[in-house]
Design a protein around this ligand. Sequence first.
Ligand code: NOJ
Length: 946
Amino acid sequence: MRLQFGSDRPSGQSLAKLLTSTLLLLTTFDSVVAVKRENFKTCAQSGFCKRNRALADEAVAAGASWDPSYEIDTKSIRLGEGLFRANLEKTVEEGVKVELPIVISFLQNGGARVQVDEKRRQEGKIELRNDSKARKERYNEAAKWALVADPEIDEQADFNEKEGKVEVKWSVWQNDAVIEFKPFGVKFSRGGETHVILNERHLLNVEHWRPKPDGDDKCDSCWEETFGGNTDSKPRGPESIGMDITFPGYTHVYGIPEHASSMKLKETRGGDGQYTEPYRLYNSDVFEYETDSPMTLYGSIPFMQAHKKGFTVGVFWLNAAETWVDVTTRKDKKVTDTQTHWMSESGILDLFVFMGPNSQWLYKYYTELVGTTPIPPMFALGYHQCRWNYVSQDDVKQVDAMMDKFDIPYDVIWLDIEYTDGKAYFTWDPQTFSDPASMVSNLDYHKRKLVAIIDPHIKREQKDYTVVKELVDKSLAVKNKDGKDYDGWCWPGSSHWVDCFNVKAQDWWKAQFKFDKFKGTADNVHIWNDMNEPSVFNGPETTMPKDNIHHGDWEHRDVHNLYGMTFHEATYAAIKERNPKKPTRPFVLTRAFFAGSQRTAAMWTGDNEAKWEHLAQAVPMLLSQGIAGMPFAGADVGGFFGNPSKELLTRWYQAGAFYPFFRAHAHIDAKRREPYLVGEPYVSIIREAIKLRYSLLPALYTSFHRASWEGMPILRPMFLMFPDDEEALTIDDQFFFGDTGIIVKPVVEEGATTTKIWIPDDGIYYDYFDYTIQIGQGWGTINSPIEQIPILMRGGHIFPRKDRPRRSAELMKDDPYTIVIALSRVGAAAGVLYVDDGETFDYQNGQFLHKSFVYQSNKLTSKIVNNDPAKAKPYLKSISHVFVERVIIVGLPEGAVKEKKAKVTVGSKSWEAEIEFYEEHVGRASFAIVKNPKVPIGEEFEIELL
Ligand code: NOJ
């Protein structure tokens, strides 16, 4: 057996060593870090990708003489109730046609869904080779996992059948579609302008079922595929689907994470600075991944946005099999079109088209389908302290104490795999973690949490390990192609994998987390799901064989990209249900993900490196996550592999303080680097960065609330806020932080003391720390010595803060607010605050406060904007002791402060508060601080400057 090591194995070790004691693993290695490309397929090594790409090449070579073989059988067309139904026919050879039922649903949101299946397989009239136990149909359940609701069909859609085509008009947006019969294609337009074209280049390709011919067959890798010593038996033969999607007039496409690449997707068929490989989506444990690459990574979200000045559209290719996407552009006269070519190994074609009109609408429509990120528990937005590994309960205690000693706030300490008894999950190492319950309660006493890792591989050879015994006895593990429990290698050595496609396996999984089963855990223990691509050290491309079988007899091939999500969803449900008396919001971190993962987990970008280019790579990756509807995302602060210099570590904390998920992590071979170990001045600088994060928690939480109802990202790309600013469309190294109007530009260059920042409009911007004014659209320069993070506040915004430093987020619960007002040129600003108890689900019953803040004519007015304020009464009462302690107003017009006093009004009562005022001074804006206005945050109020 040839062993292939996955991402993060201690380098240079044999598997035998790997299985020996933790102490051995602590030896430090000087590894040469480089991705092992040869472990992962290129498109040319992936049979179906190669075949589909070859088809695209043939089409180009043939030009006008290209003879596409797909057409609508006009006799089969049925129109009405918002649906176009017909048979799409594929001509295989003269007189031989394959029937492909097609349904196009026209949706109320102005978009459409296109589904294509294969009739013969729908009817199960095929034969499988090699005595396979797999299902005969094409996989048609990706929607069941990814979607939260069926899309609403516009039953009033108006169909007009004409010679060779059907014209459709539908939705309140009055969109138009033309479905052409021969060759088949669909154009989606609005107001006479076409935005999306399906099959314009005629690359539609549904590899239909056929028996394996005797003798030589020209079909490359169709019947068997060998890679890296593993052979895929392919019992159904070739079955890929592919199609081209063109965005006419669009120059920018974004999304389809996860790749260590720029936010704007590059071209993939060569050219200066472009890629030669398509973007690949095949959840994989890529060892030491490289930056600026279209190689696949741990998760996949096949959602893409295309943007041009004035319009944004999107497509969602709902397929969970291995998928590749080519991106090219076509420049014709003055217009540039972006062309994409989507290829999946199996399954049905299920495509959603979103017709914008802008990015904000796209988030709304897309997340209506796949769900949003729920509001996380407040602690999860604090700082997380992790490494592989905190080696004992004493170690945990010590780190906890040192963080306090050095006055560094944190909320969560993490335990990686070494806490277990021999990597058997739900157990504790009896030597090093002999009393987990008191460790956990000690953390609770400090209002802190523990996150423990639980992976999907279940150790086989462990004496008295009931978990594996039950998994096997109940037959809840993934099966191999012969129907036996699949046996592969991961951390514990020989393992089985829980199959959460099975409801019974989900229920069983949930039971493992009950406090009486996972002993030593309590309400403050949350879970990290790692290696759930799934990572299998001795499997093909470090994952499972594609001919493995899951519940429902689906092949692993069909569901690969969904596996990780089914697993973390079951974990989320387990944590939610483990204490029915006090259900609190779970926190689950996942490495693998698919569209829909955002509903139950946060993600991180896996095993990055302690290098400047990895620090730089993190922001575009996190922006792409937000673009694809999964904004609760972070990158290992400090870099996982290797040892960062003090400067790099410090800069990473400064950037990480703005990641939606903020966790430091390090490989087992890396030196200890808890922030208190770096020495001065770095400790102080890191402390300040973390404290800055904590002070902004109210604003961050408010942004998560927005993400939870309309899918808006937390880190907002410049193009989202300024969609018509050409320069902004490619900027992916700075971002707006939620709703605050704050632009952050992390420093990612060694030795930098100044940083260039793009100012997207003619508004007024203030330095976050000293209120220096920056005006005018264009590139500005900001001083950024090591102790400074380049952050600007855009005039016109108001955001809430809590400025009293505490040891954890929970301890800040009753702290008073600071309201920061950055005035626009005309002296106005607006903003919001959302707050609830930060831990339970009571907010779903209206127990929250949602407030607006408007500042104009020297007066701040704050109103409650809860949709049902009466319902919120119990919550509002519970926060009646929480006050506003100061209001900071930056950029006051001359004469705004005359008496250095403010009139505060709550209901019919008024009183005065003192003002400290600072006049404009050498480039620094004027500002005023209203001191202790004594208004409870839960009341409506006015504060007028006198
Ligand atoms: C792989 C994860 O990416 C890494 O963060 C973790 O430390 C190791 N597995 C060990 O569990």
